[in-house]
Ligand binder design. Structure first.
Ligand SMILES: *Cc1c(COP(=O)(O)O)cnc(C)c1O
Length: 443
């Protein structure tokens, strides 16, 4: 019988680090990753036969839970007509029509295969359209791993503490300016010096790759105003927030209209899809209509779009957003109560069905520095304690949590009971790999 430990050993021989995306390797928490056999609703089942309540949801796409029957049936029906043609299909038009309707800032949209591609293509388009080279991004925001955007990123980069990556030429990175998230004065200062060279500002309107950091009131609208003043494009990376905090994304929630928007994750319903879109006059700069080149053999793949569009249509029909937001808010409030009860310094916050948990004395978290000075050792113990008791959290203190429509109140209550069991045992201020090896004594 294959189990997680011997599968990981086999994987490490033939796959770098044993994984196809770094955070999966559990480097941020220690120990060995669990290998998944299947998912169903709010649950994951590993190859050893253990069941977990899942708060990762494939890193965001699965807002309807695992293997939603309507989505699975739609895919099963679609595959009989073939897996892809590299020629136009009706579902691409339907998807574009659906998105332009629910996200009015998007007048035209181009499908790609990942969030990384969406970010990379949006940046190229912004540079081509404005005929400027510089991009401004924020410390702790992640926009995929394309060269121009691979600095001061969140997600795996923060977990590993690699602000820059070898292999990215300095010349590329020199075109990328960095400001602290939520610091509008820093943005103003940068624009005073470089404003007329800046093609665009790219931002996660809710920073969800350094745990969960909400924009301060008016941060986004002030960004909009600065971009207008300097004729730079405002690019919202809504790869996580799109269809997550509402059908219209964070731009509808905060009522700020970007020029371009990047989408991913939920838009593929669990299959590999990304997209970028925005104002018609900008999008028409794309080839074949305009001069900015962008292409993809598998872009707009009909099976992937079937999974995505079926998910989006279900979301429109069910309109679960208010209920999800209430449930998630209550969940984070209960977490804080438990922290207080057991004397564990803890802050938690949510927006829509995204939540963040921080082991800290702080009572607000607004930028990367706040996230970085949380007690990571306590998070590690919390993570492993929860995992042993059947709760699968993201294996890093820098990742956001996701709640799906399959997370019923009783699922959330049983999770809180597990939190209480772990807190009762206590979280030491320091934690080592050695503790992990003998963790049965700890938890
Ligand atoms: C996940 C993510 C990306 C990258 O998407 P991939 O599909 O992993 O390439 C880009 N931006 C944000 C905000 C993300 O969360």
């Amino acid at each position: 019988m294959p189990n997680s430990t011997n599968l990981f050993a086999r994987a490490q021989t033939v796959i770098p680090g044993g994984v196809n995306s770094p955070v999966r390797a559990f480097k941020g928490v220690g120990g060995t990753p669990i290998f998944i056999h299947k998912g169903n609703g709010p649950h994951l089942f590993d190859v050893n036969g253990n069941q977990y309540i899942d708060y990762v949801g494939s890193w965001g796409p699965l807002i309807l839970g695992h293997a939603h029957p309507v989505v699975i049936e739609a895919i099963q029906e679609a595959i009989h007509r073939g897996l892809g043609f590299g020629a136009p299909t009706e579902i691409e038009v339907e998807m574009a029509e659906f998105i332009t309707k629910v996200m009015p800032s998007i007048e035209q949209i181009r499908m790609v295969n990942s969030g990384t591609e969406a970010g990379q293509s949006a940046i190229r388009l912004a540079r081509g359209y404005t005929q400027r080279n510089k991009i401004l991004k924020f410390n702790g925001c992640y926009h995929g791993h394309s060269d121009s955007l691979l600095m001061k990123g969140g997600s795996g980069l923060l977990t590993f503490g690699i602000p820059d990556s070898p292999g990215v030429p300095e010349e590329f990175v020199r075109q990328t300016l960095i400001a602290p998230f939520n610091d509008i004065e820093a943005v103003r200062t940068i624009f005073k010096e470089f404003g007329h060279e800046i093609a665009g500002v790219i931002v996660e309107p809710i920073a969800a790759n350094m745990n969960c950091v909400l924009p301060l009131p008016s941060f986004l609208s002030q960004l909009r105003a600065i971009c207008d003043r300097y004729q730079s494009l405002l690019i919202f990376d809504e790869v996580i927030t799109g269809f997550r905090v509402g059908l219209g994304g964070a731009q509808a929630l905060y009522e700020v209209t970007p020029d371009l928007t990047c989408l991913g994750k939920i838009i593929g319903g669990g299959l590999p899809v990304g997209a970028f879109g925005g104002r018609r006059e900008i999008m028409e700069f794309l080839s074949p209509k305009g001069p900015v080149y962008q292409a993809g053999t598998l872009s707009g793949n009909p099976i992937a779009l079937t999974a995505g569009l079926t998910t989006l249509k279900l979301l429109k029909q069910l309109n679960p957003y208010e209920e999800l937001a209430e449930k998630t808010l209550e969940f984070t409030q209960e977490l804080k109560v438990l922290g207080e009860l057991y004397g564990i310094p803890l802050f938690a916050q949510s927006v829509g069905s995204l939540f963040g948990i921080y082991f800290t004395e702080r009572d607000s978290i607004t930028c990367y520095e706040h996230v970085a000075d949380c007690n990571i050792d306590q998070f590690k113990q919390f993570f492993h304690g929860m995992l042993q008791k059947g709760i699968y959290l993201a294996p890093s203190a820098f990742e956001v949590g996701f709640i799906s429509t399959a997370h019923t109140n009783s699922i959330l209550d049983s999770t809180l009971e597990t939190v209480e069991r772990v807190f009762k045992i206590g979280l030491k201020k320091n934690f080592s790999e050695l503790d992990l090896l003998t963790r049965n004594n700890i938890f």
